[in-house]
Write a protein of this length. Sequence first.
Length: 239
Amino acid sequence: MNFKMLLIKILFSVLILTSNVFAKALPPGSGIGDIPANVLILLDKSGSMGARMTSGAGVYYPQGTAFDSNGDAFVGQYYTYGIKKFTYATGQPDTSFGTNGLFRGTGTRGSCPIYYPRGMKVHNGYLYVTQYYGRKVVRINLSTNVCTTVANINYYSSTLDIQNDILYVLHRTGIVVRNLATGTNISCSFSGNLRTYGDFAYGMAVDHTGNNMYMQEYRQLHRFEIQANKCPKTSYATR
């Protein structure tokens, strides 16, 4: 009887050793062995599958973003918490921007407020920013950190875009179109479908040709042709 038990134990041990020979190796960084390949990405702890752009440097309720030609990111923060710049190559804040990497402007109603920044765009060495409650469009010289007001807005300004030196700004009761080369506004009608959908547009962009304005409103995308005088038509072209 004892001999049979000993034989069974020997056979069991051989089976265990044999099965270990065919076990899969630990996947890199997972710390967990013998797992299906299709769930490896869920268990990878090495960070090799991706990287955090900010490398741990956080932002406070981001409200808008813009990128320069180097891929560096500008992030506007909620309320008066300013704008941060992150360098693409390092993922770290650029401390040369603003004060130690944070630009906060000159108060909520000053000449250059950073107050609920929403729409943002880098153009010709400047960062253009809409101030939702500040009711202004300001621009920051990215070489000198000097900030100036570009246009005063009658109501809450939300989104902007720039093409061919023409600035387009949507706000809750109208549209501002400004020739940046001459520093003058262009008078455009804000009526018809342009007003209907522009009042509550979540986003707006002008294509690279400068011939079409696209506006996202609720679940729909509307296209408005831009006329020779740089004003968008008041009726949408398609949706």
